[in-house]
Design a protein around this ligand. Structure first.
Ligand SMILES: Cc1cc2nc3c(=O)[nH]c(=O)nc-3n(C[C@H](O)[C@H](O)[C@H](O)COP(=O)(O)OP(=O)(O)OC[C@H]3O[C@@H](n4cnc5c(N)ncnc54)[C@H](O)[C@@H]3O)c2cc1C
Ligand SMILES: NC(=O)c1ccc[n+]([C@@H]2O[C@H](COP(=O)([O-])OP(=O)(O)OC[C@H]3O[C@@H](n4cnc5c(N)ncnc54)[C@H](O)[C@@H]3O)[C@@H](O)[C@H]2O)c1
Length: 450
């Protein structure tokens, strides 16, 4: 029987990146996937959500200049076409051509070096678990009796609903709430925390909340969904706010309540891989308690992003096959929530920085409305906040505004390569551009230093 150097379970962001990195090291790779390559990001996550958000943004802009006829069926079909276009880069033929042995099937552990894939035995020196996560469906009364939506089926809808409750105001809920609302669906977000996007800088979370409300999204915060009932017109959600209950109704309900790792059904218990209800337990090198078994991506956390799965996968492969021991520096983690305007973040919030360093920090802020490019583009909502230590190195940054996610890249270079923030303004940037926001704050940091 052929023995592989590495067998990978799951062809999502984690598994695909592990496979290609192992190829670079000259390893014999088998990649096993029960569905099609691409995982959640391609089929029910990043790609369809960003495709829908972009169409919704175009329609929102067009509406400023005249009436727009929205064809829900066509829009949802277009999203599915774009999924298939994006999938081409990781299609089975592409994987095979690169030298990856791709097997479609369901993998289960037989022992720590052997997998059973629908009756076929696969042996490998190292096994990577990249099984991802699924939408969390908590035990809310009545949920078992209704047809709720999650990220797994919302992009398969035939047409747009007239109205939708989005239960959960995290990134999934907020991105999709704005997009569907801009497409003419009457959307209500129900969030039990004090604000939506509660992990972000509060003032900015409140600003995006107010932008959504102005666009027509109804936002119910400090409101916990506790029961759902099916009604002739759709769904009735019972909500607890400060001990009082009220009812919120819509045609459909989307659950965006967080994620749970995919841990069940492939015999982790049988071979003794340790896990808890949030993740498979790994060390800094992504090795589980069984030395030749590694795990990366959403099944490990702590940050559930495609780019994080990719970073972990590449490092884990190098750790598994070379003498290097690479450790992910989570303090440089960055992410974006693709609302309009976008919300980008790296490192600490001000509150976290103050908790750690007290008053030994410097905070720089600037509003979009004070830069020319934002004014002429009529995109002057939002602000940026950059937190530096006493020496001027970035501890954290948040940007809410136009092109925030692209601008974060520049800050990531400054932060990751440990360049003092006050030096950024020395580099010549074009005018008029959104980067004026960063230049102004950097100049302020420079002046502050003197
Ligand atoms: C709506 C939404 C929007 C998102 N937007 C973004 C975004 O803009 N940017 C971003 O960075 N992240 C985003 N994410 C998060 C991102 O999709 C995930 O972090 C990423 O897809 C996780 O990759 P993974 O490889 O760990 O898991 P997955 O992509 O879930 O891959 C796991 C794969 O394993 C397979 N599998 C599981 N068990 C077995 C088995 N026993 N045998 C064979 N195959 C198996 C599954 O079929 C699946 O294909 C979004 C998520 C959602 C839901
Ligand atoms: N742009 C991106 O990178 C992107 C986009 C979408 C998702 N993601 C990834 O997916 C992960 C999961 O996103 P998510 O939004 O599902 O989860 P989340 O955990 O970020 O948000 C879930 C929200 O639901 C609320 N909630 C839980 N139970 C509730 C109840 N009964 N009633 C009312 N509110 C309730 C929570 O307070 C929380 O705010 C994210 O953490 C992120 O890693 C990334």
């Amino acid at each position: 029987m052929k023995k592989y150097d590495i067998a990978i379970i799951g062809a999502g962001a984690g598994g695909l990146n592990a496979a290609f990195e192992a190829l670079v090291l000259g390893k014999k790779v088998v990649l096993i996937e029960k569905n099609a390559p691409g995982g959640e990001c391609t089929w029910s996550g990043c790609i369809p959500s960003k495709a829908l958000i972009n169409i919704a943004d175009e329609i929102h802009t067009a509406k400023k200049y005249g009436a727009v006829n929205i064809n829900g069926k066509e829009i949802l079909n277009k999203v599915r076409t774009l999924i298939h276009e994006a999938h081409q880069a990781e299609a089975v033929e592409v994987l095979n051509q690169a030298g990856i042995n791709y097997i479609k099937g369901y993998a289960k552990f037989k022992d720590s070096n052997t997998l059973d894939v629908d009756g076929k035995e696969i042996k490998a020196d190292k096994i990577f678990i990249c099984t991802g996560s699924s939408a969390l469906v908590p035990p809310i009364k009545g949920l078992d009796w209704i047809d709720y939506l999650t990220n797994e089926n919302i992009f398969l809808l035939d047409d747009l609903p007239k109205s939708m409750i989005v239960l959960g105001g995290g990134p999934i809920g907020v991105e999709l709430a704005q997009a569907f609302n801009r497409l003419g669906v009457s959307v209500k977000i129900v969030e039990m925390a004090e604000t939506i996007l509660f992990r972000e800088e509060k003032e900015m979370a409140l600003e995006i909340q107010s932008i959504l409300e102005k666009e027509g999204v109804e936002v119910f915060t400090s409101s916990k969904g506790i029961e759902v009932k099916e009604e002739i017109e759709g769904v009735n959600l019972i909500v607890d706010k400060d001990g009082k209950t009220n009812e919120i109704k819509a045609e459909k309900i989307l659950l965006a309540l967080g994620r749970k790792p995919n841990l069940k059904g492939f015999n982790l218990e049988k071979i003794g891989v340790r896990y808890n209800n949030k993740a498979i337990e790994v060390n800094e090198c992504f090795e589980t308690n069984i030395p030749n078994i590694y795990a990366v991506g959403d099944v490990v956390g702590p940050y559930l992003f495609s780019h994080m799965g990719a970073v972990q996968a590449k490092q884990a492969v190098r750790n598994a096959f070379t003498k290097t021991k690479e450790i992910v520096d989570y303090s440089n983690t960055s992410w974006c929530t693709f609302t309009h305007p976008e919300f980008a973040r790296t490192g600490m919030k001000e509150e976290e920085a103050r908790a750690k360093f007290g008053d030994n920090i410097q905070v720089f802020t600037h509003k979009y409305r004070d830069i020319d490019r934002a004014v002429v583009d009529q995109k002057s909502q939002g602000m940026a906040k950059i937190i530096c230590d006493k020496e001027g190195y970035i501890l954290g940054a948040s940007i809410l505004g136009e092109r925030a996610c692209e601008m974060l890249g520049e800050l990531q270079i400054v932060k990751s390569f440990k360049i003092p923030f006050y030096r950024l303004h020395e580099a010549i940037h074009p005018y008029p551009s959104y980067s004026e926001l960063l230049l102004t704050m950097s100049k302020n940091a420079y002046d502050n230093k003197k």
